[in-house]
Ligand binder design. Structure first.
Ligand code: AMP
Ligand code: MG
Length: 346
């Protein structure tokens, strides 16, 4: 398939118009959002949606998020709008919050993967909104990576995975948030199925107590059913091993230095994801500074890009665990999954 690439800045009108036409005709479009790049199709057309699963190699039982351009567009997609959803939409839409609720008959089974619920989000990114508006339908879109790989946050990473598999790619530069949206289920007690840019604390300030699904920070038990099917699968895995060292900055850095040395003696090529606070511990070792431990959003913003860029000529990446509050929860969720829950501690 020939993939046409548009620049969101210099070919603004053209890119959105062509993308809208392609979506309406049942094709696939990669577009930037504030979280990560999405791989979109007409969310009301089951056979168009099937092409997403094919292009990504995504397991068919992992449902998709419907992206809309205005709040009222959620109405035909759900059975009704619960009051908690209304309050959250007013507080956080447009933005990186996906809400899961009972689906209407309009939503094809391919989107919900046979569940009776559907996930909906209104993104904030101007290009994403322009594409959805031009399409005139909700756009079903997962992250635009091959299944299992880190989500793409930069044009070059979407090209790596999707060139030749989709009709159009829109280049919107780097994604600001860098991790996917927070997924909150409103069926029963409000429960975070996947943490993201909208934190537990932010949600609780609007609707009170919010639970966090145990699979957010733990591997799914053998007989456990996933509240969110995506929890079952290996995610965000780069082409090398990842090891997470937990504890205070000093403890984590100490553990990393010790394990780095051991691995190097075994002939393995190592790299460290350092932070502003810990870089001095790693003198003489190979490291990249990926952000600031006190500002977890900086770590979220660079994690996926760094996992892709630093894994090529490396056997093992060592990264520091951070406290799981605020956006630290989203960071640890992605990092632990990228490592396949390979953790070292004192
Ligand atoms: P992605 O499309 O890559 O951002 O992944 C979407 C995430 O939302 C996956 O982890 C899905 O399992 C989850 N998800 C989507 N729809 C639902 C739903 N109806 N119920 C529970 N989780 C969902
Ligand atoms: Mg994904």
């Amino acid at each position: 398939m020939n993939t046409e690439v548009f620049n969101a800045k210099t070919q603004k009108e053209n890119g959105a118009t062509v993308a809208g036409r392609v979506i309406r005709a049942g094709g696939l479009v990669v577009f930037p959002t504030e979280t990560v790049y999405g791989l979109g199709a007409n969310g009301l057309d089951g056979s168009a949606v099937s092409k997403i699963f094919e292009a990504k190699g995504r397991p068919g039982d992992n449902p998709l998020i419907l992206h809309i351009a205005k709040k009222s567009d959620v109405k035909p997609l759900w059975k009704h709008i619960p009051d908690t959803a209304r309050r959250l939409m007013d507080a956080f839409w447009p933005g990186p919050l996906t809400l899961v609720y009972l689906k209407s008959d309009l939503v094809p089974d391919e989107v919900s993967a046979g569940l009776d619920t559907v996930a909906v989000r209104m993104p904030e990114h101007k290009t994403a909104l322009a594409v959805i508006r031009a399409a005139g339908v909700p756009i079903a879109a997962p992250s635009a990576n091959l299944s299992g790989k880190p989500s793409p946050t930069r044009l070059e990473h979407t090209l790596e995975d999707m060139q030749g598999r989709v009709d159009v790619i829109i280049d919107g530069g780097d994604c600001e948030i860098g991790v996917e949206s927070t997924v909150l289920s409103l069926v029963g007690k409000p429960t975070i199925l996947r943490p993201g840019g909208i934190t537990k604390e932010m949600l609780e300030s609007v609707i009170g107590a919010v639970e966090v699904a145990s699979a957010v920070l733990n591997p799914l038990g053998e007989n456990e059913t996933a509240a969110s099917p995506g929890m079952k699968y290996r995610h965000y895995a780069p082409s090398c091993d990842v090891v997470v060292a937990v504890g205070s900055a000093k403890t984590a850095a100490g553990l990393i230095c010790r394990e780095y040395q051991k691995a190097e003696q075994e002939g393995r090529s190592c790299k460290i994801f350092a932070t502003v606070q810990t870089k001095n511990y790693y003198n003489g070792k190979k490291y990249v500074i990926i952000g600031d431990r006190d500002m977890p959003q900086t770590l979220c913003a660079s994690l996926f890009g760094a996992l892709r860029d630093e894994s090529d000529d490396t056997d093992i990446i060592f990264a520091e665990g951070i406290p799981e509050d605020g956006q630290g929860l989203a960071y640890m969720n992605r990092l632990l999954r990228a490592s396949g829950f390979t953790v070292i501690k004192h």
